[in-house]
Design a protein around this ligand. Structure first.
Ligand SMILES: Cc1cc2nc3c(=O)[nH]c(=O)nc-3n(C[C@H](O)[C@H](O)[C@H](O)COP(=O)(O)OP(=O)(O)OC[C@H]3O[C@@H](n4cnc5c(N)ncnc54)[C@H](O)[C@@H]3O)c2cc1C
Length: 338
C-alpha cells in the first residue's frame, strides 16, 4: 500500500503550481484507493485554505528559520515531514525551492527522485509518471520500485485544486536542521513590468525576427516594435516568448529588442511552456510553431507571409497581416477595456 504525501513550502502552498500538484497527488491517491497527507513548512504554516482538500492528515514544520528559501532548512523540513508521514511517494510543485532540494531529500530518505513530471497515473497496476524526452518530442511513462519516490510536478499539467477553506487540524513535526550557514540577506526581484516571463499567464505572446526586419516601406522600426510589444504585455499580462533568431540578434550587435534574453526563447533549444493560448507574431520558424508551441492549447499567428508553411500548418488561426498594424489596433482596444 502506497502512502502519498503532498509537500510544499507554506508560503507557496496556494500558488497555481502547488494547487495543481496537490490535485495530482489527490488524484493519484484516489486511483490507488488510498489516502494522502499534506506536509507544509514555514514560520507558522497554516493549512486552513486547503483544509477541505481531502487529506487524511496535515503535518507541519514550523519555525522562523523555515520561512526563508535556503537549502539546509528546506531540505531538513521536507525530510522530517516525509519521515513523519511515512511517505512512499512524495509529490511537490516544480517551484525553485522544491526543485533545489528534491534530489537531496530523496538521497537522505534513501529513495529516488524525478523532476519535470508531467503526469501521474497507474500503469500495469503500479504508480507511474510521465516525462518528456529528446527536447519534448517523446513522452515516456515510467515507474520505479525504489521508495520513497520523490517527485516535482510541472506547472500546467493538472487542474488546480479548488475548494472551500476550513479548519485544518495540524500535527507539528520536530525538525532541528544542522549545519545552517547560509543567511538570506534579502530577495531582489525585477519590477513586475520588467518580468516578461509569466508562467501563469493565459497567453504566450511569441515575437519573431520579423519585428526587426526591413518593413514593406523600406524602414526598420525597432522602436515601434518595442513599444507595441511592451504595451501589449502591460495591457494583457501575457508571457513573452521569442524565436531563437530574434534573441540571437542581440549577440550579433544588431538592432534588437532590448528586453529579450535567451530565457524568453521557445522551441527546440528553448523552453516549451504551457499556456492555454498562444499568439506568434512575425515568426516563420519551425521551432516556435511546433516545438515551442507543443503544449499550447489554442494557437494563432500573425505573419505577412501567406505561404509560411509552419504558421499555416500549425496555427489554428493565421492572420495574414502586418503585425505592427494589428498590435497597434489590439492595444488601442485593450486600452479602452476596463
Ligand atoms: C539546432 C537548431 C536549434 C534551433 N532551436 C530553435 C529554438 O529553440 N527556437 C527557435 O525559435 N528557433 C530555433 N532554431 C532556428 C529556427 O530554425 C528558425 O531559424 C527561427 O526560429 C526563425 O526565426 P523567426 O521566425 O523569428 O525569423 P524569420 O525566419 O526571419 O521569420 C520572420 C517572419 O516575420 C515575418 N514578418 C516580417 N515583418 C512582418 C510584419 N510586419 N508583420 C507580420 N509578419 C512579419 C516575415 O514574413 C517572416 O515570415 C534552431 C535552429 C537550429 C539549427
Amino acid at each position: 500500500m502506497e502512502t502519498i504525501l503532498f509537500l510544499s513550502p507554506a508560503d507557496a502552498a496556494h500558488s497555481k503550481n502547488s494547487l495543481e500538484a496537490l490535485a495530482a497527488a489527490k488524484q493519484l491517491a484516489s486511483s490507488l484507493g488510498t489516502t494522502f497527507s499534506v506536509g507544509l513548512w514555514g514560520e507558522s504554516p497554516q493549512a486552513d485554505a486547503i483544509a477541505t482538500c481531502g487529506a487524511a492528515k496535515f503535518f507541519v514544520v514550523a519555525g522562523a528559520e523555515f520561512s526563508q528559501p535556503r537549502y539546509a532548512t528546506d531540505a531538513a523540513a521536507a525530510e522530517a515531514l516525509a519521515r513523519a508521514a511515512g511517505a512512499t511517494i512524495v509529490v511537490g510543485p516544480a517551484c525553485s525551492r522544491w526543485n533545489r532540494i528534491l534530489a537531496g531529500v530523496a538521497h537522505r530518505l534513501g529513495g529516488r527522485s524525478d523532476s519535470h513530471v508531467t503526469g501521474l497515473s497507474i500503469s500495469e497496476g503500479a504508480p507511474a509518471i510521465a516525462r518528456w524526452y529528446y527536447r519534448q518530442r517523446m513522452e515516456g511513462i515510467l515507474s520505479r520500485t525504489q521508495r520513497p519516490w520523490v517527485l516535482a510536478v510541472e506547472s500546467g499539467i493538472a487542474p488546480a485544486w479548488t475548494g472551500a477553506p476550513g479548519s485544518a487540524e495540524v500535527e507539528a513535526v520536530a525538525c532541528a536542521p544542522a549545519g545552517v550557514r547560509t543567511k538570506v540577506a534579502g530577495i531582489e526581484t525585477l519590477a513586475a513590468d520588467q518580468q516578461t516571463i509569466r508562467p501563469d499567464a493565459d497567453l504566450l505572446f511569441v515575437t519573431g525576427a520579423g519585428w526587426t526586419k526591413k518593413q514593406p516601406d523600406g524602414q526598420v522600426k525597432v522602436e515601434d516594435a518595442q513599444k507595441r510589444i511592451l504595451d501589449f504585455l502591460r495591457l494583457s499580462r501575457a508571457s513573452l516568448g521569442s524565436t531563437k533568431s530574434l534573441v540571437d540578434l542581440s549577440g550579433e550587435g544588431q538592432a534588437t529588442l532590448a528586453f529579450l534574453t535567451h530565457m524568453n526563447q521557445v522551441g527546440q533549444t528553448g523552453s516549451t511552456p504551457r499556456h492555454p493560448k498562444g499568439l506568434a507574431t512575425c515568426c516563420h520558424g519551425e521551432e516556435p510553431h511546433t516545438v515551442g508551441w507543443r503544449f499550447i492549447g489554442e494557437r494563432r499567428a500573425i505573419s505577412l507571409d501567406p505561404n509560411c508553411g509552419w504558421a499555416r500548418g500549425k496555427a489554428d488561426f493565421l492572420y495574414v497581416a502586418d503585425a505592427f498594424a494589428v498590435m497597434e489596433k489590439v492595444n488601442a482596444l485593450l486600452e479602452k477595456t476596463p
